[in-house]
Design a protein around this ligand. Structure first.
Ligand SMILES: Nc1ncnc2c1ncn2[C@@H]1O[C@H](COP(=O)(O)OP(=O)(O)O)[C@@H](O)[C@H]1O
Ligand SMILES: [Mg+2]
Length: 349
């Protein structure tokens, strides 16, 4: 039976005067990355499948934007497109622009993007072995990054790398420089990868689930480290996670993605205080609480639809307890509410 889904926005504290206007703050000089209308398609056999669509966001210097959503929602595709990490045979940026310092990354030549990747924009991955080569010593791999992007002597490069390893909390850094990745623990390898990403003092650090494989103590240390480095260097951080608890710790702004689209955007405070999208409620409900029986942990029923099985209307409609006939038929637009809030749900239109 259909229930009354309409929410009065005034009652929940939002005004809706300018909900169709796209808010872009042109006076804000601190925006370092401006992603507009991004769409990425993959080639699967003879077919093209759209993995992300209509993705718009900005990242400011010294701020962290968290991207959250379950596995398969398009978080990594979003991150990888900023680094232009797909070979053309696999996928392509089919639409949109990624403006970094006034230039569009989408239109850059391969050599232009190589200048930026791993230098001005760098990334830490979930699995350090994605970034570390098992056959080279830690020091060789770190120094290589400096040689690739800077005119620097071997001695100076060595010292800079030791310094960065110390900064990320690696004891006996000088010694570690001469070791191979397999000689380090998982936590230490993660730190090496963070050191690699930060060595060139990038403008933007993209962290794609960097703590998922770590135990909680090391996870907390890594988050703290990113926080400190962000403050020191005014780095803009794009932090990807499926964990709302981590978002609460680290993000200034949050973008919630579902099935390749943005369903809600807000300041972290706003999102936790007034989550509006039913998918966001679900994610928030699934944060484990201290002392809670782990067996009773909430999970959103169902799974993220595969790219070739996307529902016509709202993509969350198949799992949403508030779903109506309209939701199954039509796609809710992402609307601007007051403050930073944006949401894509017919309950608020
Ligand atoms: N190389 C690829 N070829 C085809 N589909 C892909 C490829 N990479 C990712 N996808 C699809 O794109 C969607 C988003 O994936 P991804 O960004 O990796 O999700 P997340 O990082 O949020 O877990 C998923 O449906 C995934 O199956
Ligand atoms: Mg991912």
């Amino acid at each position: 039976m259909a229930r009354n889904n309409n929410i009065n926005l005034d009652e929940v504290g939002y005004n809706t005067d300018d909900k169709t206007k796209l808010k872009i703050d042109k006076n804000n000089q601190d925006i370092i990355l401006d992603v507009k209308n991004l769409q990425v398609d993959f080639h699967v056999g003879k077919n093209k499948m759209t993995a992300i669509k209509n993705v718009n966001f900005q990242v400011a210097k010294g701020k962290t934007l968290g991207i959250v959503g379950e596995s398969g929602c398009g978080k990594s595709v979003t991150a990888n497109s900023i680094m232009r990490l797909f070979p053309k045979t696999v996928g392509e940026i089919a639409d949109g622009s990624i403006i970094y310092e006034g230039r569009d990354i989408v239109k850059m030549t391969d050599s232009e993007i190589r200048e930026i990747r791993g230098n001005r924009i760098s990334m830490i991955f979930q699995d350090p072995m994605t970034a570390l080569n098992p056959v080279y010593k830690i020091g060789e791999q770190l120094m290589e990054i400096l040689f690739a992007h800077q005119n620097i002597s071997k001695k100076d490069a060595f010292e800079r790398c030791v310094n960065m390893l110390e900064k990320v909390g690696i004891p006996a850094a000088r010694q570690r420089m001469k070791e191979y990745p397999h000689e380090l623990s998982g936590g230490m390898r993660q730190r090496v990868m963070i050191a690699m990403a930060l060595l060139t003092n990038p403008d933007i650090l993209i962290a794609d689930e960097p703590t998922t494989a770590l135990d909680v103590t090391i996870q907390a240390q890594v988050l703290e480290l990113i926080e400190e480095l962000k403050k020191e260097y005014n780095t803009a951080v794009l932090f990807i996670t499926h964990d709302m608890g981590v978002i609460a710790d680290i993000a200034d702004y949050v973008m919630v993605m579902y099935a390749g689209e943005i369903v809600e955007y807000d300041t972290t405070e706003g999102l936790f205080e007034k989550p509006l999208h039913p998918y966001t409620y679900g994610l928030l409900k699934s944060i484990p609480k201290l002392y809670e029986d782990i067996d009773r942990l909430y999970t959103i029923e169902g799974v993220v639809p595969a790219l070739n099985e996307m529902p016509d209307g709202c993509r969350f409609s198949t799992r949403c307890e508030y779903c109506t006939e309209k939701c199954k038929r039509e796609k809710p637009p992402l609307i601007n509410l007051s403050g930073e809030k944006k949401v894509a749900c017919f309950r608020y239109v």
